[in-house]
Ligand binder design. Structure first.
Ligand SMILES: NC(=O)c1ccc[n+]([C@@H]2O[C@H](COP(=O)([O-])OP(=O)(O)OC[C@H]3O[C@@H](n4cnc5c(N)ncnc54)[C@H](O)[C@@H]3O)[C@@H](O)[C@H]2O)c1
Length: 298
């Protein structure tokens, strides 16, 4: 597959990342995209999220016209039929729940239904690309393509190479990232979290532990890290913004398998918060609210 042969892209999962990646593919890449999810409601919510965002951040700010926005949205089709969505895809980007078993099941279906030369990419934050490739008959065409949130703003895309991923798949994926205005960074499929999340995860873990120990409230911990290390956002507010608490909870089993209990376990604070619905992401409550409403009162 060459970059110029990619015409039709399929995105699996119309959640926070799937919707944002779809928007980028249409707005910047000019691709025709099919976006899928398990329920019509989720597909429609994803497409509505794209339209609302385009109107608010692009049309109302004079960056594109209403007619251009209509074209961008017009290139996006929604369906709940994964087989149908994969049928004509040249490139597939999977952005579903962060759980290896669920992802493997989807990769198997994608392999059975997508054209044989289509590339299958995963936007996983942490999980093993090689295991996803193992359920397909095209391990050379399975790759990690990890976007960062918010997709329209963040420049980085990690392009992750499994041991069997071909050089051609790597270069087409990196070229696609560049075409979408991003900076690809290549790494091996070695451990949990690739490059950025593997290193950053250690800091997030310590920040969570400090909230748990009531060393300081979340805003103070974030302030120290922002000012001390010149970060634009603290790790705790970033977790609330991205919904990474829910992502950590859904990947606990996979992390335990990789690292064992010492490093793999889900922090009890995250477990408690996620169970109580404080997952962060899409304006939902997260660690700031949980501290204010629960922890600080104990
Ligand atoms: N949120 C972030 O900041 C962020 C950043 C980078 C990468 N990621 C990764 O992107 C992926 C998606 O994360 P998200 O935050 O968008 O999650 P999300 O929960 O917002 O969306 C996931 C969507 O996938 C759908 N889904 C689940 N199983 C499906 C299936 N079998 N077929 C089709 N759709 C299915 C769900 O219904 C949901 O709408 C995860 O792997 C996550 O680790 C997330």
């Amino acid at each position: 597959m060459k970059l110029e042969n990619i015409k039709q892209v399929t995105v699996i999962g119309a959640g926070a990342m799937g919707a944002q990646i779809t928007q980028l593919l249409s707005l910047v890449g000019g691709y025709s995209i099919t976006i899928t999810d398990v329920k019509d409601e989720f597909v429609n919510n994803g497409i509505r999220f794209i339209s609302d965002g385009l109107k608010r951040y692009f049309v109302d700010k004079g960056k594109i016209t209403q007619a251009q926005m209509d074209e961008v949205v017009g290139r996006i089709k929604g369906t709940t039929n994964l087989a149908e969505a994969a049928k004509n895809a040249d490139f597939v980007i999977e952005a579903i729940f962060e759980n290896l078993d669920i992802k493997k099941n989807v990769f198997k279906q994608l392999d059975e239904n997508a054209p044989p030369d289509a590339i299958l990419a995963s936007n996983t934050s942490n999980l093993n690309i090689t295991e996803m490739a193992s359920v397909t008959k095209r391990a050379d065409k399975v790759v990690g393509m990890h976007f960062f949130n918010p997709v329209a703003v963040m420049k980085l895309v990690e392009v992750i190479k499994g041991p069997l991923t071909s050089d051609e798949t790597m270069s087409v994926t990196a070229e696609l990232a560049k075409k979408l205005g991003k900076e690809p960074v290549v790494c091996k499929d070695f451990s949990f979290g690739f490059l950025a999340n593997r290193a950053y995860g250690a800091m997030v873990g310590e920040a969570i532990q400090m909230v748990w120990e009531r060393v300081a409230p979340p805003e103070e911990i974030d302030k120290a890290l922002k000012l001390g290390y010149n970060l634009p956002m603290g790790p705790l507010e970033l977790g609330d913004f991205t919904g990474s608490w829910a992502i950590s909870a859904s990947s606990e089993q996979d992390r335990m398998r990789e690292f064992g209990p010492a490093k793999g376990y889900l922090h009890p604070l995250i477990r408690m918060m996620v169970r109580a619905g404080y997952t962060g992401g899409r304006g939902r409550k997260g660690i700031y609210d949980f501290y204010k409403e629960v922890l600080s009162k104990e």
